[in-house]
Design a protein around this ligand. Sequence first.
Ligand code: NAP
Length: 451
Amino acid sequence: MSRPIHVAIVGSGPSGFYAADSLLKSGQPVLIDMFERLPTPFGLVRSGVAPDHQKLKQSIQVFEQIAGSPAFNFFGNVTIGEDIKVEELQQAYHAVIFACGAQTDRRIGISGEDLSGSHTATEFVGWYNGHPDYRDRSFDLQQEVVAIIGQGNVAVDVCRILTRPVDELRSSDIAEHALEALSQSRVREVHVIGRRGPAQAKFTTKELRELASLTGVTATIEPAQLRLSPVCETELAHLTASNAKKNVDLFSSIAANVPASDKRRIHFQFLASPIEIRGKDRVEGLTLIRNRLSGEAFSQQAVATGDPFELNCGLVFRSIGYRGEPIAGLPFDAVKGVLPNQRGRVGHNGTPLGGVYVTGWLKRGPSGIIGTNRADSIETVESILEDLGKATLWEAPGMAAIETTISGLRKRVVGLSEWRAIDAAEIERGAARGKPREKFTRIEEMLSCCP
Ligand code: NAP
């Protein structure tokens, strides 16, 4: 392979950057063009990772190094499917890798889900992280009681931002509008509700421990909620269950806590599913139903018992996982919310389309931590190199074929130097407030920094 491989990567989050890294380290001559809908790169590391978890954002330094390669180009503020057609990319590049993540939320499918005061976790996370799509959302933080549906790490992030003393967030890169709203918050009590039991909660113990030890907050659980069935005991005894086991131990110590009236309270509730979000014009409460677990160890499902109960609350966050979105012209697995693929090769019923690949959450579903995407992207790049190694490499024009489309766009396209100008301006704004950066939350503001 002496001709360079021209690769387009759609999406600039961790899986996109790890794919670029793997291509650059492959020993093959490559030219990579990365496309991003927003003017700013780094996807969920910028707008998903919680502002009080700055260490997790250090992967950005690695991504910046990858972006510094002479074989790498960035095209921000360009939407594939709108500004440039998918077919145009397919005709211009040897390989197109979709790394667009899981951009929507799953729905519970109950009445009241769209009432005012019922939000997805995504909206709240995007809002406090300054994502332009969520800049103008508002959350009624004058409510004292909040319910979060779901027991994964996103639910932990939402709960922590709602309950952590606001002064502890001031030196983070949380968006200023969120800091202002949180400083006026009257939230006193947050219920974190799981449809299955304590042994099945998806929290990682590290995140759970941090949540349970926040200053000025008491975490509580009714001890009766921690009774485990023999099947749950079997699960916990298994070698692979060390996280679940540590969670259950931690829940037991939380159950000994006594709520204090001068503290905020986080209450974990297991084996309960909402069947209705109640309210006339806005959320007034949840009707829940108690569940029991049914099935074999590690595949136990929640089954409603028919025993309903009420929880009065003024704000609900649905944190039940993300979903990938279909891409026009490509096959889509609507059940899993992913592009159907084999080792990253997108195809129908196991037959690859050729030239189209996928990585990250759009490939495997919304699971894992930032680093999980590295192995995922390495696998996809291995498939690309294997496929291209078998064929005589045609002369792909790469960017030359779509330059006319790009230069004809009636919008500013953000390259690396423009991104660096936005980055520098954000860092400068942040320094004035003692923060690592103050993000621009509107696309026009971002573009106005570009030289
Ligand atoms: P998740 O870990 O898959 O958790 C989703 C939760 O929603 C589970 O408790 C699930 O229960 C529940 N759920 C799903 N459908 C439901 C329904 N219809 N009704 C009620 N509950 C329902 O997803 P996530 O919290 O969105 O996190 C996504 C990924 O990002 C995870 O891999 C997570 O670890 C990662 N993440 C990591 C960090 C970090 O490392 N700090 C931070 C944020 C996110 P079941 O188990 O019964 O399905």
